[in-house]
Design a protein around this ligand. Structure first.
Ligand code: GDP
Ligand code: IMO
Ligand code: MG
Length: 425
């Protein structure tokens, strides 16, 4: 038995948290492999809503081990706040939350540098979550980073200081960025003191031994494929590989160990932050999707941009990730529309149809071709099985499957755990 992967196929916020939480009890270990507190994964249990940023979404399933992999960047301050929320919710995690020593720390000064970089970009800013993600990964690849396992080194403080001084030097170039480092630094070290009682592991050994012992692993992606640093709408992307290759780098496992690649896509599209979005509806219909889907960022609260499902974009993500199964979420949000549309192709510079994402997607507005489908007036959030779905909704899902060449194995109709149905083909 190997590793199954769950990842977002659009621009993030596809509902990964809900799906990981639902499927987690079929696995022994759930692992986050990239990203950091830029992620916001929402899980609704009864009346309670939880948003996880760094903790894997298997944490609400008793007995399941949760691993924060080496590919993750961790901010002790936000992490401790997240753990406090779990304490308040009486979720026991201390013996089953493991952190890779090779994960990198986000320093307070990384966050200031993130703000400085965005301010310097002016109107072409990326719309970063300002959690320090970009500068932390830059220090990692620049070989200057501070790793979680360094907290056990007698030289930890010196290493921290060296990196901080480097950052303060850079920040002198941005005098307009205001910060209170003394206060944040004190909180940062206090937070590290608090997490020291958790377990720190050599995750590559731990996970490979688990696999050799027949354990089942679920790798949980953050962000979405179109935010991948290599394959997304660069430079309007995040700073990690959100696509399937990130699983190997971010956990230390071989591609041969990967079984299912489960891609999550909403029944429509959203994007938060700047950058190209070919199927965007900057009109009343987009506003309707935003209100019905409650499309406001789980991490920043920003309104998400909304648009129809984009088939060329989805086909691209399916290709890059080798998706074996699709799960379509938020199908209920399309209830009540007289017609539901999909972008089915783009027009290239010469007006010819294409279903390929052009290299210069950032530099020009993509003209799209849409196909309309009959909508449904039923309330999908009330159905109890896939058999009860209206035929037109089934047709819409069949269309996605046919156009992506991938089976849709489940469909979600609400934020709650029980609103997820298997589609038997
Ligand atoms: P993630 O980052 O991919 O985990 O997704 P987010 O948590 O940022 O955003 C997804 C939002 O949609 C959350 O508020 C979920 O509770 C909610 N959600 C998930 N699945 C469904 C669904 O099928 N229908 C509806 N209406 N909401 C859903
Ligand atoms: P989850 O895991 C949606 C977006 C930001 C910005 C760009 C770069 O909840 O799906 P960063 O802070 O990473 O430097 O921001 O990426 N972004 C997300 N959008 N969901 C996320 O995570 C995101 N994480 C980053 O809005 O446009
Ligand atoms: Mg999210």
């Amino acid at each position: 038995m190997g590793v199954d992967v769950i990842l977002g196929l659009q621009w993030g916020d596809e509902g990964k948290g809900k799906i990981v939480d639902f499927l987690a009890n079929q696995y022994d270990i759930v692992c986050r492999f990239q990203g950091g507190p830029n992620a916001g994964h929402t899980i609704k249990l009864g009346e309670n809503k939880y948003v996880l940023h760094t903790v894997p979404s298997g944490v609400f399933r008793a007995g399941i081990i949760n691993v924060i992999g080496n590919g993750v960047v961790l901010d002790p301050i936000t992490f401790v706040k997240e753990l406090a929320n779990l304490d308040t919710a009486n979720v026991e995690y201390k013996n089953r939350l493991l952190i890779a020593k090779k994960a990198h720390f986000i320093l307070p000064t990384h966050r200031y540098l993130d703000a400085a970089s965005e301010a310097a970009k002016g109107s072409s800013k990326i719309g970063s979550t300002l959690k320090g993600i970009g500068p932390t990964y830059m220090d990692k690849t620049g070989r200057n980073g501070l790793r979680v396992g360094d907290i056990f080194s007698p030289h930890f403080f010196d290493k921290y200081k060296q990196l901080k001084e480097k950052h303060l030097g850079l920040l002198k170039l941005y005098p307009e960025i205001e910060f209170n480092l003394d206060r944040e630094e004190a909180l940062w070290f206090e937070s590290i003191g608090q997490i020291k009682s958790l377990q720190f592991i050599d995750s590559e050994y731990y996970l490979n031994e688990a696999l050799n012992n027949g354990k089942r692993l679920l790798a949980e992606g953050a962000q979405g494929s179109m935010l991948d640093v290599d394959f997304g709408t660069y430079p309007f992307v995040t700073s990690s590989n959100t696509t399937v290759s990130g699983v190997c780098n971010g956990l230390g496992i071989s591609p041969q160990k990967i079984d299912k690649v489960i891609g999550i896509a909403k029944a429509y599209c959203t994007r938060v932050g700047s950058g190209p979005f070919p199927s965007e509806l900057d009109n009343e219909v987009g506003e309707q999707l935003r209100q019905k889907g409650f499309e406001f960022g789980a991490t920043t609260g920003r309104p998400r941009r909304c648009g129809w499902l984009d088939i060329p974009q989805l086909r691209y993500s399916v290709m890059v990730n080798g998706v074996t199964d699709l799960i379509i979420t938020k199908m209920d949000v399309l209830d009540g529309f007289e017609k539901v549309e999909m972008v089915t192709s783009y027009k290239d510079i010469n007006g010819a149809m294409t279903d390929k994402i052009p290299f210069d997607i950032v530099d020009r507005k993509i003209e799209t071709v849409t196909t309309a489908f009959k909508g449904w007036q039923d309330e999908l959030s009330k159905v109890q099985s896939y058999a009860e779905f209206p035929e037109v909704a089934k047709d819409y899902l069949a269309e996605i499957s046919q156009r992506t060449g991938t089976r849709v194995s489940m469909v979600s109709t609400g934020p709650e755990r029980e609103k997820l149905f298997k589609i038997l083909s």
